[in-house]
Design a protein around this ligand. Structure first.
Ligand code: GLN
Length: 479
């Protein structure tokens, strides 16, 4: 069920939030031993919130999210509920406060059903880097769901929950959405508050929804997108009604197709599906034109200097003193700190800390970090120029369909390439969505739609029109 379908049933009292929540909990019991998407199921809290929501609905509450179960990625702080980032170092961390997005959903009467598995500290593209366990793709359990919000995407695709929240630093909402055949939006940098989101790379991180269709995505955006003075990067822009743009009309919209995103090595089925989707958008009234973004080829290199650099600084706080795991058997304070990080962090996190520390060190800072920041500006300017002419850009989300679990774990560089189509968007701070656009050998393919800063409405409008005309998003995995 989607949010809007469930809301209709709740509003007309054909279904109670308690029944809906119990149905999700039952589904979790049925499939979770195969999917492994959830780190913590908050059953008691969910049932309590559902009862409360039923009271609100009875009193005439009309908020579309009231009484609807949601799963929150485990890097967003939830008061009284463990927030692990799927890391041993935070395994026992229970935050004393809620992230702003969690607070906002709670205010809407949402039912928090649990916390979603992820790549440790959101570093990865397959959820295999989770320090707890790997998540499986419901379309083929031997394959990855993508990452780092793989738990969120997998749970939504497997119908364990109605929708989920994820975070996206270089593709972590869009790539798993593509690989699980659901809808995932990364809003503009600064559009959704990140207060209470455990920081990975602060100039890139953004929170967004993972849903079953575009209408749901708009409904969640209405609830979470707002200026927040607790987040210094939050932008004071009024929140539009994101459902108002779902008109189905694409007449007059100019769409650009950047050739650079049909990268070398792209799986042929992905290219075929995306080209077919582009034809569909043309049929729906949009005009289509090829465009070039030549700096795209530097995006991967720029990202893997900037993201690890910021991560190395952000992760310095895990020292075994303030909170989180603390290694007690040590000879000195320094020894305790070293061992805490040695045993607390997994291999990918350590790799990033080493890369970032190196890129920021005296003598290398100018050659790597500063250079990367300059190229970042070039990439952003190139997008700015293109958006003077185009309303949106259409690309594949991921160059491949879901790969086998274990296939890329020994080759970090191969893993990094999974996000080659999504990273440039974070580098430029733009909004972008991934929506289902077909299948290759029965495995999901996602289309990415990118637009200018704060043009989420354009993205939602195009995606919605596409979903009105196709039914890829309605296909379900057999579990
Ligand atoms: N896969 C990319 C990385 O490992 C992006 C992750 C993300 O968006 N959180 O850094």
């Amino acid at each position: 069920m989607t949010i809007h379908e469930a809301h209709l049933l709740l509003k007309t009292r054909q279904l109670s939030s308690l029944e809906l929540t119990e149905a999700c909990l039952e589904r979790i019991r049925q499939v979770e031993d195969r999917v492994h998407a959830i780190v913590t199921v908050t059953e008691e809290l969910a049932l309590e919130q559902a009862r409360k929501a039923d009271g609100l609905l009875a009193a005439g509450d009309t908020n579309p999210l009231t009484g609807i179960p949601v799963l929150v990625k485990d890097n967003m702080c939830t008061r009284g509920i463990p927030t692990t980032c799927s890391s041993k170092i935070l395994e026992n961390f229970v935050p004393p406060y809620n992230a702003t997005v969690v607070e906002k959903l709670t205010d809407c009467g949402a039912v928090i059903i649990g916390k979603a598995n992820m790549d440790e500290f959101a570093m990865g593209s397959s959820t295999e880097n989770s320090g707890l366990f790997a998540t499986h793709n419901p379309w083929d359990l031997s394959r990855v769901p993508g990452g780092s919000s793989g738990g969120s995407a997998s749970a939504v695709a497997a119908d364990e929950v109605i929708y989920a929240l994820g975070s996206d630093t270089g593709g972590s909402i869009r790539q798993p959405a593509a690989l699980c055949s659901i809808t995932g939006l990364k809003p503009t940098y600064g559009r959704v508050s990140r207060y209470g989101l455990v920081a990975f790379a602060s100039s890139l991180d953004q929170i967004g929804p993972l849903t079953k269709d575009v209408t749901d995505c708009a409904l969640v955006m209405n609830a979470i997108a707002e200026y927040d003075d607790k987040d210094s990067t939050s932008v004071p822009q009024p929140t539009p009604d994101y459902t108002a743009c779902l008109t189905g009309n694409l007449k007059g919209l100019r769409l650009g197709i950047p050739g650079e995103y049909f990268v070398e090595g792209i799986q042929p089925e992905v290219e075929t599906a995306i080209r077919a989707a582009i034809n569909k958008l043309e049929e729906l009234g949009a005009s289509i034109e090829e465009v070039s973004l030549p700096s795209t080829r530097y995006a991967l290199a720029v990202y893997y200097i900037i993201a690890p650099s910021e991560a190395s600084a952000n992760l310095a706080r895990y020292d075994g003193v303030k909170y989180g795991y603390s290694h007690k058997e040590a000879d000195s304070m320094w020894d305790a700190m070293e061992k805490t990080r040695q045993y607390g962090f997994g291999p990918e996190v350590k790799r990033r800390i080493m890369l970032g520390t190196y890129a920021l060190s005296a003598g290398y800072y100018d050659a790597y970090y500063l250079k990367a920041q300059k190229v970042r500006t070039l990439i952003r300017r190139e997008f700015d120029a293109v958006f003077e002419k185009f309303d949106a850009l259409i690309t594949p989300t991921s160059p491949t369909t879901p790969f086998k679990i274990g296939e890329k774990t020994d080759d970090p560089l191969q893993m990094y390439l999974s996000d080659v189509c999504t990273l440039p968007i974070n580098i430029a701070g733009l909004p972008a969505i991934s929506i289902p656009a077909g299948f290759g050998d029965g495995l999901p393919i996602g289309m990415q739609i990118i637009s200018r800063p704060f043009a989420e409405e354009t993205i939602l409008k195009i995606s919605h029109a596409y979903q009105q005309a196709t039914d890829w998003h309605k296909k379900k995995p057999e579990l």
